[in-house]
Design a protein around this ligand. Structure first.
Ligand SMILES: Cc1cc2nc3c(=O)[nH]c(=O)nc-3n(C[C@H](O)[C@H](O)[C@H](O)COP(=O)(O)OP(=O)(O)OC[C@H]3O[C@@H](n4cnc5c(N)ncnc54)[C@H](O)[C@@H]3O)c2cc1C
Length: 537
């Protein structure tokens, strides 16, 4: 065997150097495993490396949307804002990489094309698009839930003379929109963050909206030193408390009342208080049945609709901005700074592309079935092939056997969101069937990595070579995930949680919405029970 080949043999290969891959590397390497991270980008941070668009920031407060695994790190790091912006989160990811000396085990600018498991050798062979080959006993997919950008397939994009961008692949250089006519397609979370900022620069901004989304104010502000100090004095308690909440966030007490417990005026006062507090969890925590009872949800929707009508001066624009096809919170509830106010500017026009759909991109702009809009720049804020996109973008197979793409043809099937029957020694961080995008994702990532690390340690201590999910355990889990979703209002929305934003993608509700607290307990019980539902041999 050549020394080059030997050098590329590892105990664990991790694909992705976002917060998931970075923490997995740290944990597994500390236990003595030979670990290699393979990352397509030339830097760490994942989401926060790619999403450099103006206005990109987190929607979980920074004091909570951060690693908890190292007390010195959380005590010494200072967040500048309540909801920090992309450059600061990327800086944090780089700090973590330096502090824990992670870079020496990360190979950047390496996009993985395929991974094949050999049952006889009990090892994975992983190939990059450039033909590099690596082998390892274990494969950890830390490829991200929202990391494969989706650009709609409009005819004519290649002929467009102007500049075009996707929010999830934003260039590193500053993009100046001054004096330019700009079009934004998409009014989900990224669009809602970006539109107010681009509007301040552009000569004219056209927002092409197919579906209106609910947004509540972030009430973002600099993080005051005394607020941070108070939080840090209790950091351990905060983190422990977060573990016993559904969203992995301690800052808001779970609600105790049902919406119908209050009279109309009391309810309005409470919604107003939540609105002024800012943040999506704050708002969704107004009442305990907002996401399970349609009438309760309608009450919250009415409140937000009135806010939109009260903010947007042109009544027809206001009506267009009012969502009418999904209960509030069943799609990711967006956070904004001056989103609705932006439509009062003379240089902003909202175009209804539900009524007059986009036909094509032209040499000079965009054509709908009703009109042509000349544009200098076109921004796609059209989201991702969520939760499964980046996994299935890698050709994952077993030698002489199954392909993941086929196994998931009717939608993703996993055990606990972590492993897939038929694909031994492969684990997914925040995979479909886990709480993932329905939580503070750094909490979910830490829980997953710790659980997977414990499993690898268990295997080593018993001298075992392979693990995989048992078929019946996987079937039961998939059924449980669906039953839980069906007991809520979530399936009522055509959202990326169900794959509805991708033409042809099977409609399956992908996240586990019982809450990170309940999920954590299930995972702990499975482990205590000798990894019930997992074949270890
Ligand atoms: C704009 C935006 C805002 C968000 N805000 C929040 C928030 O406020 N709170 C929250 O909880 N979550 C938020 N999220 C979700 C966010 O994705 C997670 O919080 C978290 O950053 C995910 O980390 P990760 O390591 O799992 O995945 P990612 O950060 O997506 O990292 C995955 C990495 O894998 C790499 N990769 C993928 N495929 C391959 C391949 N084939 N070969 C090599 N490398 C590959 C990618 O390049 C990427 O670097 C947000 C997401 C977006 C897009």
């Amino acid at each position: 065997m050549s020394s080059e080949l030997r050098d590329k043999q590892y105990d664990v290969i991790i694909i992705g150097a976002g917060f998931g891959g970075m923490y997995a590397l740290h944990r597994l390497r500390k236990l003595g495993y030979r670990v290699r991270v393979l990352e397509a980008a030339d830097g760490v941070g994942g989401t926060w490396y790619w999403n450099r668009y103006p206005g990109a920031r987190c929607d979980v407060e920074s004091l909570e949307y951060s690693y908890s695994f190292d007390d010195d790190l959380q005590q010494q790091w200072d967040w500048p804002e309540r909801f920090s912006a992309q450059p600061d989160i990327e800086k944090y990811a780089n700090h973590v990489a330096d502090r824990f000396d992670l870079r020496k085990d990360i190979q950047f600018s390496t996009r993985i094309a395929s991974a094949e498991f050999d049952n006889e050798e009990a090892s994975w062979t992983i190939r990059s698009v450039d033909g590099d080959t690596f082998t390892s006993q274990y494969l950890v997919l830390a490829v991200g839930n929202l990391s494969l950008p989706r650009v709609p397939d409009f005819p004519g994009l290649n002929e467009f003379k102007g500049r075009w961008f996707h929010t999830g692949q934003w260039p590193k250089e500053t993009v100046d929109f001054s004096g330019r006519t700009v079009g934004v397609i998409g009014t989900g979370s990224s669009g809602i963050q970006l539109i107010p900022i681009v509007a301040q620069q552009a000569k004219h901004l056209y927002v092409f909206q197919r579906t209106a989304n609910y947004s509540v104010p972030a009430m973002n502000r600099p993080l005051a030193a005394d607020v941070a100090a108070k939080h840090k004095a209790q950091y351990r308690t905060w983190r422990d408390n977060a573990k016993s909440t559904p969203f992995g966030i301690a800052g808001h007490a779970p609600p105790e009342k049902f919406a119908a417990d209050d009279e109309f005026e009391q309810r309005r006062r409470l919604f107003e208080e939540k609105w002024e507090t800012g943040g999506n969890i704050s708002f969704l925590y107004a009442y305990k049945d907002l996401l399970t009872n349609e009438q309760a949800n309608d009450m919250a929707c009415d409140f937000v609709r009135d806010k939109i009508r009260g903010t947007v001066k042109d009544p027809s624009t206001a009506e267009l901005l009012i969502p009418n096809d999904h209960p509030i919170g069943t799609k990711r509830l967006c956070l904004d700074t001056n989103y609705y106010e932006t439509y009062n500017r003379d240089n902003v026009s909202l175009v209804n592309v539900r009524k007059a759909p986009i036909e094509s991109v032209t040499v000079n702009g965009l054509r709908t079935t009703e009109a042509e809009y000349p544009l200098d720049d076109l921004i796609f804020a059209t989201g991702y092939d969520a939760m499964t996109g980046a996994i299935l973008d890698i050709d994952i197979s077993v030698k002489g056997g199954a392909r993941l793409e086929d196994a998931w043809r009717d939608g993703p099937k996993t055990y606990l969101g972590v492993m897939v029957n038929g694909f031994p020694n492969m684990s997914i961080i925040t995979g479909p069937g886990s709480p993932s995008v329905k939580t503070n994702m750094i909490s979910a990532i830490e829980q997953h990595v710790d659980w997977i690390t414990d499993l690898v340690e268990h295997m080593s201590s018993k001298g075992k070579a392979k693990f995989q999910a048992q078929p019946d355990a996987q079937e039961n889990w998939v059924q449980h995930v669906n039953e839980v979703a069906d007991s809520t209002l979530y399936p009522k929305a055509n959202s990326w949680y169900t794959g509805a934003n991708i033409p042809g993608k099977p409609r399956v509700f992908m996240p586990y919405v019982a809450g990170l607290d309940k999920y954590r307990k299930i995972c702990d019980d499975v482990a205590k029970d000798g990894y019930r539902g997992v074949t270890i041999e």
